[in-house]
Design a protein around this ligand. Sequence first.
Ligand SMILES: *Cc1c(COP(=O)(O)O)cnc(C)c1O
Length: 240
Amino acid sequence: MMELSVEKRFSDIEHNLNTIREKIYKAAVSSGRNPEEVTLMAVTKTVEPIFINHAIENGINLIGENKVQEFLSKKPYLNLENCEAHLIGHLQTNKVKQIVSEVSMIQSLDSLKLAGEISKRSVEKGVITPCLIEVNIGMEESKTGLDLSALEDLLCQAALLKGISVEGLMTIPPICESEKELDKYFSQMHKIFVDIKDKKLDNVNMRVLSMGMSSDYECAVRNGSTLVRVGSSVFGDRLY
Ligand SMILES: *Cc1c(COP(=O)(O)O)cnc(C)c1O
């Protein structure tokens, strides 16, 4: 593949952000929602800091990274004064110590063991780490994320831990054959989110429903997503 010039990639990013914002706006309005309820996260895995900073200059105030090491090595080069960063990829317990206090949220909490480690390291550093519980809505064996049947248990147990605040749910749906099937997963997820919110569990603050990526964020917004995680539609295809 031919390398694009930096200038061309900058203008592509600007154009892509405008297009995505417009689509989010339309999807929200078409489903009777306030577009301001939806936050656009730019997913920056494999993207170099110069392009991430360009997205930030163009109004992005939330980025998502998958890997602890990659994020920490890029962080010194990022202009994060007006931009938050979340960890969205699977987190191993042995990496928790490095990431706690470096991101403003961990979206991939999927076990009590991990919750315990986040709690311990947060207390050590004197911080409270906001977390989303990652739900494996398709119940796929190959996927990370928590089984639905275990969700309420983890919610209640994590809520008891010091140094953690549970702020909502995150999901990656299975690859779907049709828009209708995708719609079913997202609406199921929204229902779970609302049901838990209605239970008003102690120390559980259901304010974020993180779902929707490049290929499906409009469908996610129509189904109540409050945070869409968009990577390749912002920065172009990832070159690994
Ligand atoms: C990579 C990634 C995304 C963004 O994917 P795109 O298809 O490039 O938009 C969103 N969420 C998670 C957890 C990811 O790993």
